[in-house]
Design a binder for this molecule. Structure first.
Ligand SMILES: *[C@@H]1O[C@H](CO)[C@@H](O)[C@H](O)[C@H]1NC(C)=O
Ligand SMILES: *[C@@H]1O[C@H](CO)[C@@H](O)[C@H](O)[C@H]1NC(C)=O
Ligand SMILES: *[C@@H]1O[C@H](CO)[C@@H](O)[C@H](O)[C@H]1NC(C)=O
Ligand SMILES: *[C@@H]1O[C@H](CO)[C@@H](O)[C@H](O)[C@H]1NC(C)=O
Ligand SMILES: *[C@@H]1O[C@H](CO)[C@@H](O)[C@H](O)[C@H]1NC(C)=O
Length: 309
């Protein structure tokens, strides 16, 4: 009887330790929030369609906009830490007619919805930043990583903020418009399907991003580019990598939902740019995707990642 009880205790203890280790290794991100955010607004996001498919993994949905921001290679070279090469042949493979001497930086403005693992769900949050794909983190001249040095992120969401800071990200607690959705329709806009999004750091003037996008029939870039960029392992200080697997084939992305092609303006004041920038006529996608996220992994694990796709 006693032996039996202690076996149970042992089992419970080891189960909890495994959970604790999993929490520690997949970040505090998955812990139960100790400060529940006041949910004053109701998101329009549809539910996470893959939570029950991957109950032991962190999953969620990301609704929002991703746009290519062409900058000169010379500027990219100045902004991306010098120890890392830029894999121009990798982006030219996907974008053969991208202008000479240019590099595709990327804006992402996303609402994270129903993020969960092991049955624990954290409150939704929003984040935005300018990211730098096709970075040769390992020096193998092959594997593309995405450098995401800075993020504006929902103020008060300690789990998400700490989750990003643990990567060495410059994290700016921020307020967003709209506050619990990915973007908002602009009433009476001249162009069809015009939506806005804006983020402002709580620390006045530290960082901000605003966007205005309208629907257009097609893009000068292939969908494969966006699939590629959103699935590159991501890093900030290079000590660990985030493996975000964005799925383009779940119910939140496919009919009756859809991937919209958009064109618009992005205004950003955020590190590593040293002053406020405005980019007009940039092209992107507005969509929702489900994701599986594997956090804080050794970047070395990703040598050759994606090459088979
Ligand atoms: C994505 O967000 C927009 C804006 O809130 C919303 O209209 C749309 O329904 C969302 N898409 C999905 C699949 O949840
Ligand atoms: C789910 O998590 C496990 C353990 O961390 C990992 O090995 C596996 O690759 C993850 N699944 C996916 C689809 O990423
Ligand atoms: C990297 O690979 C590309 C494409 O295979 C090749 O053209 C280039 O010369 C390589 N660069 C270096 C430094 O080896
Ligand atoms: C959806 O896409 C993922 C990878 O992008 C793939 O592993 C999975 O098999 C696909 N699912 C379906 C139902 O096609
Ligand atoms: C992205 O595209 C490059 C160039 O075609 C390819 O080598 C790489 O494997 C792709 N990465 C992903 C994550 O699909």
């Amino acid at each position: 009887m006693h032996a039996r009880e202690s076996k149970w205790q042992y089992f419970l203890f080891s189960f909890l330790s495994i959970l604790a280790i999993r929490y520690a290794s997949t970040s505090s991100y998955l812990a139960v929030p100790n400060e529940v955010l006041a949910d004053v607004c109701q998101t329009q996001d549809q539910p996470n369609p893959i939570a029950s498919l991957y109950p032991m993994n962190a999953t969620g949905t990301l609704n929002g906009t991703i746009a290519v921001i062409p900058i000169s290679l010379q500027l990219a070279r100045k902004l991306i830490p010098k120890q890392y090469g830029i894999l121009e042949h990798a982006y030219r493979d996907l974008l053969p007619s991208f202008p000479e001497g240019m590099y595709p930086a990327v804006l992402q403005a996303l609402h994270d919805h129903e993020v969960q693992a092991f049955g624990y769900q954290i409150p939704d949050f929003t984040r935005t930043g300018i990211e730098f794909p096709f970075v040769d983190l390992l020096g193998d001249n092959t594997t593309s990583f995405k450098w995401a040095p800075s993020l504006l992120m929902s103020a008060g969401h300690e789990i998400a903020l700490k989750g990003a800071m643990d990567y060495g990200t410059n994290t700016f607690p921020a307020s967003f418009e709209p506050s619990c959705d990915a973007y908002r329709a602009v009433p009476d806009a001249k162009q069809p399907g015009t939506t806005s999004f804006s983020a402002k750091s709580a620390d006045a003037d530290a960082a901000s991003i605003t966007t205005l996008f309208s629907s257009i029939p097609e893009l000068p870039y292939p969908l494969a580019l966006f699939k590629n960029v959103t699935n590159q392992p991501t890093f900030a200080d290079g000590k660990t990598c985030d493996n975000m697997i964005r799925l383009f084939n779940t119910s939140v992305t496919t009919t009756p939902n859809r991937i919209e092609t958009v064109k618009g303006t992005v205004r950003a004041k955020i590190h590593p740019f040293d002053s406020e920038q405005e980019w007009r006529n940039v092209y992107g996608l507005r969509m929702d995707t489900a994701f599986i996220e594997n956090n804080y992994l050794p970047c070395e694990n990703f040598r050759g990642y994606g090459a088979q796709n």
